[in-house]
Design a binder for this molecule. Structure first.
Ligand SMILES: O=C(OP(=O)(O)O)[C@H](O)COP(=O)(O)O
Length: 251
């Protein structure tokens, strides 16, 4: 095994967004970071520099909360100049008709079982959003090259769009020896972590990713983690952040 030749992977969920702060299902709605989210982005970059994990290339979604977080992090790490690839496959899971709805109210209205089925089941998507409605992306020009813009997605749908892209594109950068930063979202990163760590369809329900804390993966030449589960650069903050995500219906 010659793990030395493989680049290091760092996953970063964007910092707190305005809709995270309001406890709203977000999905493909293109919301801004809060001041706290911007500070998280900067801190993430400082952590990358402190741990000598300077990325050679950045992959982001097409959503500004991920793009802005990456810009802030890279600027803080003095790596604002690296090449950037943006791709819709890293977008958050499309949350269908739940986009724009409050999580606590949704839980109250539909009950915890249905709420958790929509949030964390592997293969049950929320109801489809109505095309042309306020929070639909079906006419958004950034998705004009897609065969079909999703109207809802479950985690399995995200796995199906993201993992081929991981295999064909992102992982090839690592195999070529480059350090890769992937700045994305709670559920798109859950899809990638599920694949990397071989987590079952059932067990992935219990995995939550906090905002703004870099998660390092050291992979072998078969792209299997040498540190299963990855290593958060700030483990205490990550544990508190993940617990807060798990409890989001309770507010
Ligand atoms: O858009 C979302 O994720 P994001 O804030 O990581 O982009 C979702 O609202 C996350 O919600 P969830 O943790 O209830 O799946």
């Amino acid at each position: 095994m010659n793990a030395m030749s493989i680049g290091t992977l760092v996953l970063l969920r964007h910092g707190e967004s305005e809709w995270n702060a309001l406890n709203l299902f977000t999905g493909w709605v293109d919301v801004h970071l809060t001041d706290k989210g911007m500070a998280e982005g900067k801190r993430a970059g400082e952590l990358l520099a402190e741990h000598n994990l300077l990325p050679d290339v950045l992959y982001t979604s097409l959503l500004r909360r991920a793009i802005s977080t990456a810009n802030l992090a890279l600027d803080a790490a003095d790596r604002h100049w690296i090449p950037v690839v943006r791709d819709w496959r890293l977008n958050e899971r499309h949350y269908g008709a739940l986009q724009g709805k409050n999580k606590a109210q949704t839980k109250e209205e539909y009950g915890n079982e249905q709420f958790m089925l929509w949030r964390r089941s592997y293969d049950t998507p929320p109801p489809a959003i109505e095309a042309g409605s306020e929070y639909s992306q079906d006419t958004d020009p950034r998705y004009a090259n897609l065969d079909e813009v999703p109207l809802t997605e479950c985690l399995l749908d995200v796995v199906k769009r993201l993992i081929p892209y991981w295999e064909d594109t992102i992982s090839q950068e690592l195999l070529a020896g480059r350090n890769v930063l992937v700045t994305a979202h709670g559920n798109s990163l859950r899809a990638l972590v599920k694949h990397l760590d071989g987590i079952s369809d059932e067990d992935i329900a219990g995995l939550n990713i906090p905002t703004g804390i870099p998660l390092r993966y050291d992979l072998d030449e078969n792209l299997k983690p040498l540190n299963p589960g990855g290593t958060y650069l700030d483990p205490e903050a990550a544990a508190a952040g993940a617990a807060a995500v798990a409890n989001q219906g309770g507010k």
